[in-house]
Design a protein around this ligand. Structure first.
Ligand code: PMV
Length: 368
C-alpha cells in the first residue's frame, strides 16, 4: 500500500477575485486528507466500481498519471479525511495532491523517450485542454525513480490545479492546490516576492490568467488563532464560480468588486507584514462585505459570522461560499468557537500547517 496526505486550506483574502487574476492569500490548516492506493484487478474507489463522472478530479488524474494505454495494472483507491467536503476548505485540492503523490510514488514521473514530461502541460487529454500553458520550468528527474524521490511538490501543485480546472469547467485558480501542495501561507498575485515559487497560467474565459505563487512568512502572534465555523451546508465550487462569472459579465459594478477585493488583499498583506493584525481583521470584514455583494454568502454563513464577530478581529466566509465554512481571526478561540456552536455551526480551532503534501508510507506495489 502507498499512503500520502495533504492539508486543507482556508482563504484569508481574495477568493473568487483570484479566478480573474487578482491577488489572494490562503493558509494551510492542520486538517488533512489521506489517500491510499493498492494494486487491484479493476479500478475501485472506496471498494466500489469507479465512476468517472461522479469523480472528475480522480478521473482526470488517472488519465494523466495512470492511463490505461501505458499501464495495465489497475488500482484500488481509499480516501480518509478530517476536512469537511464541499465546505470551502479545499478538500478536493488536498485529495488531488495526496492522490498525485501516491501515483507518482508508485510509478515515477511519466516521460516519453525524449524525456518530455507526459503528465503536465505537454501531455494531452482530449476532452478538455484544462492546462494549456505553463511557465513552469522543465523539471529533471531520472526515469524509474520511485517513492519519496519521485514526488515534486511543484508538480503535485501543477497537476492538482489542472484537475481542479478540469472539474470546475475551466474556471479555477491555483490557490487551493498550491496551498495544499506547499503548506504554510501562500500569496497568489502578479508580483514575485522574496519567496517566489513559480508562475501558473491558465486560459480562463478566453484570456490567459497568470498567477505568481509566493510563500510568505509573516510573524503570526502565538496567541492568535483561526477558528473555522462550518455551516454544514454543502455547496458546489463550480456553481458558485459560474454564478460570479455570470454576475460580473452582466454588470460593471459587480466586475469592479473583483478589483476591490484585490486591493483589500494587498492591504491585508501589508498589514500582516507590519504585524498589525487588528487591521488584518478589519480588512477581512471588508472582504466579506464584497463577497456579500457578489452574492456568494448565505443566511447560514451570515449567522455564524455575526456570532463570531464580537470575539474576533475579523471574520469572513472562506472558499466558494453559498454554504461551507467561515473563518474567524481571534485571540479568544474558545469563546469564538462556542459562539459559532451556539449559532448552529460546527467549529474547529486550527493552527497553520507548515507541511504541504506528504508521502506517509511507501511500498513498491508494482514490483518494479
Ligand atoms: O470552495 P473551495 O475550497 O473550492 O475554494 C474555491 C475558491 C475560489 O476562489 C472560489 C475558486 C478558485 O478556483 O480559486
Amino acid at each position: 500500500m502507498i499512503l500520502a496526505s495533504a492539508p486543507a486550506k482556508c482563504v484569508l483574502f481574495g477568493e473568487h477575485a483570484v479566478v480573474y487574476g487578482q491577488p489572494a492569500m490562503a493558509v494551510a490548516l492542520d486538517l488533512r486528507t489521506q489517500v491510499s492506493i493498492q494494486a487491484n484487478s479493476r479500478t475501485q474507489l472506496e471498494g466500489c466500481k469507479f465512476q468517472p463522472k461522479i469523480h472528475p478530479h480522480i478521473h482526470f488524474l488517472l488519465q494523466k498519471l495512470w492511463p490505461k494505454s501505458s499501464i495495465e495494472q489497475r488500482l484500488s483507491i481509499e480516501i480518509q479525511s478530517t476536512i469537511p467536503s464541499a465546505s470551502g476548505l479545499g478538500s478536493s485540492a488536498a485529495m488531488c495532491n495526496a492522490l498525485i503523490a501516491c501515483l507518482r510514488a508508485a510509478r515515477g514521473r511519466r516521460t516519453d523517450q525524449q524525456g518530455h514530461w507526459l503528465e503536465g502541460w505537454s501531455s494531452f487529454y482530449n476532452s478538455k485542454q484544462a492546462y494549456e500553458r505553463s511557465s513552469f520550468d522543465h523539471y529533471e528527474m531520472p526515469p524509474n525513480v520511485l517513492g519519496h524521490d519521485a514526488i515534486s511538490t511543484d508538480e503535485c501543485g501543477l497537476l492538482a490545479h489542472a484537475a481542479e480546472a478540469f472539474a470546475q469547467g475551466g474556471l479555477a485558480s491555483p490557490m487551493d492546490t498550491s496551498t495544499s501542495a506547499h503548506g504554510g501561507l501562500i500569496l497568489l498575485g502578479t508580483n514575485r516576492k522574496e519567496q517566489y515559487l513559480y508562475t501558473r497560467e491558465l486560459m480562463v474565459n478566453q484570456q490567459i490568467r497568470s498567477w505568481d505563487i509566493n510563500h510568505i512568512q509573516p510573524r503570526f502572534p502565538e496567541d492568535l488563532y483561526l477558528v473555522i465555523g462550518s455551516t454544514g451546508v454543502k455547496s458546489s465550487t463550480r456553481e458558485q464560480v459560474k454564478h460570479v462569472a455570470e454576475l460580473i459579465s452582466n454588470s460593471n459594478e459587480h466586475a469592479s468588486y473583483i478589483d476591490d477585493i484585490g486591493t483589500i488583499t494587498m492591504a491585508g498583506l501589508e498589514a500582516m507584514q507590519n504585524g498589525d493584525f487588528v487591521e488584518v481583521g478589519r480588512l477581512m470584514n471588508q472582504n466579506q462585505i464584497l463577497l456579500e455583494k457578489l452574492q456568494v454568502s448565505s443566511t447560514e454563513l451570515r449567522r455564524l459570522i455575526r456570532a463570531a464577530l464580537p470575539t474576533s478581529l475579523g471574520t469572513k466566509l472562506s472558499g466558494a461560499g453559498g454554504g461551507g465554512c467561515m473563518i474567524a481571526l481571534t485571540h479568544h478561540p474558545e469563546q469564538t468557537a462556542s459562539a459559532i456552536e451556539s449559532a448552529g455551526g460546527t467549529s474547529f480551532i486550527t493552527s497553520i500547517s507548515k507541511d504541504g503534501v506528504r508521502l506517509e508510507s511507501f511500498e513498491n506495489i508494482l514490483g518494479f
